[in-house]
Design a protein around this ligand. Sequence first.
Ligand code: ATP
Length: 319
Amino acid sequence: MVKRIAVLTSGGDAPGMNAALRSVIRAGLYHGKEMYVIYDGYRGLLEGDIHQVNKDFTSDIINRGGTIIRSARVPEMKEEATQKKCAQILADYEIDALIGIGGDGTYRGLAALHKQGVKVVGIPGTIDNDVGSTEETIGFSTALNTICDCVDKLKDTSGSHQRCSLIEVMGRDCGDLAMYAALAEGAEGVICVEHPLHEDKLFRKLRKMKAMNKSHAIILVSENLYDIKELAKKIEDATGFDTRTEVLGRLQRGGSPSAHDRILAARYGALAVQTLVDGGGGVVTASIGGEYTTVPIEEAVEMKHRHKHGLRDLIDMLQ
Ligand code: ATP
């Protein structure tokens, strides 16, 4: 029977990680478990930065962005010797199960620990929504709202100067932030892995808008696909639209989590603990078709990001 449960946050931070932490700790205490936090992700695990917490630890954190137990990227977790060391440290602390909140990389770390005999549960927390085993990750909704807030503001100034704004958002392997923001903002263009750039089509459209004296054009671009300054120059030369670039960067990671992310975090946290209480483990929590469920972690790490059915066509239809 699981008696002591530890939780860590790892990889890129995401709004709602604190709400997930709160849910895990409170659900654990509710079920009579001893709850522990590990600071700085796998770094803190390696260094034994492990502390027992009570309910007070989770007061006033549900609305806070970032992660109060911090996060870190720890490349040496890929080495078996490090994984063995982590498993030994958990055994030394008599921790029976580890819950990790993070993205795909965090899941790979958990899967490796699971192979070493550690009981693990993963919770998807990353703003990119790029975790293949679930339709929703904690932080995506908040990041999307932040992008929309920024784009609304940029539209004001773009419109005043009749400009085209090329806006770079996060999501290198998954265009969900770019595509959902394009849909929510009625953007004139979106460029991401799922929706690649068709120069002729985009330039034709912008030329037409320019000829019609449209006040502004908004184009969302996923990070790391293009040098957006070069792309802006190309657009300007080909269409005559005064084109400016904006890189939203880490702004997208910050801020108070949306109600949606807080509720998602509450669901996933409680489900993670319930799984352990029921004797399960070696899984990740997921939201699939509106249901909260679990997926074996070995399968989860192999699953490719799910492209949202019909999203691309909908964007094209409404542009
Ligand atoms: P995000 O998508 O927000 O960046 P993530 O969890 O995918 O989140 P990563 O930096 O990829 O972020 O991974 C977090 C940590 O997980 C790494 O720093 C490393 O400690 C561990 N990790 C990543 N890949 C592996 C792997 N293949 N094997 C073991 N551990 C890994």
